[in-house]
Design a protein around this ligand. Structure first.
Ligand code: SF4
Ligand code: SF4
Length: 186
């Protein structure tokens, strides 16, 4: 993998995006290039076919303190536009047979993450998401009642998941119009 090329591409394009806290598959390829995009798709296929994350129930999401995690969800409730860090995280259960590819992707992520130390502006802070509280607190405040209701068993995960997916898509549209998180309300 051309790791340096992927990092350069990301740093060269990031400022063209209004926000990179919630990103799609297509945006991942735009940001990191086709090699990274195809590798991520390959790993996700493997994980899905073998029910790795589904059967695990999202231990890494829980451990990182993600505000959108509830044990009752069968997968990330904003799977279509989950953050970059979530997309580039693969735990040891996925090491075999993709260990070297996972290490390469991790190197790309860490290379971009390190640029935070010298990057002008706040856009790169989104690589530190989740948790979401620092980067998009108004979005989290808007969706937290749904997640809490699922955790408490008063709302069906399927119902909440649909609502959270739509809320994430709405938030992306709102940010794409140039407005800041600080003025967001659902
Ligand atoms: S990456 Fe690993 S810990 Fe995280 S949900 Fe998937 S299998 Fe579980
Ligand atoms: S946003 Fe990331 S950490 Fe949170 S539930 Fe989704 S995949 Fe897990």
């Amino acid at each position: 993998m051309d790791k340096a090329g992927a990092i350069d591409r990301f740093l060269g394009r990031i400022d063209q995006f209004r926000q990179i806290a919630l990103v799609t598959d297509e945006e991942m390829t735009q940001l990191f290039g086709g090699e990274v995009g195809q590798s991520l798709a390959q790993l996700e296929r493997f994980a899905t076919e073998n029910r790795m994350c589904a059967d695990c129930g999202g231990v890494c999401c829980r451990d990182i303190g993600c505000e959108l995690y509830a044990a009752q969800f069968s997968q990330c409730p904003i799977h279509e536009c989950r953050p970059i860090a979530c997309r580039m995280h693969f735990c040891r259960r996925l090491d075999d047979p993709y260990r070297s590819l996972i290490i390469e992707l991790r190197d790309v992520f860490v290379g971009c993450y390190r640029a935070m130390d010298f990057w002008p502006g706040a856009s790169l802070r989104s690589l530190d998401t989740p948790p979401f509280g620092e980067v998009c607190p108004r979005f989290v405040a808007a969706v937290a009642p749904w997640v809490n209701a699922v955790r408490q068993g008063s709302l069906a995960p399927g119902t909440a998941g649909g609502g959270l997916g739509r809320a994430a898509a709405n938030y992306r549209r709102y940010r794409a119009s140039g407005k800041p998180d600080s003025e967001y309300s659902r």
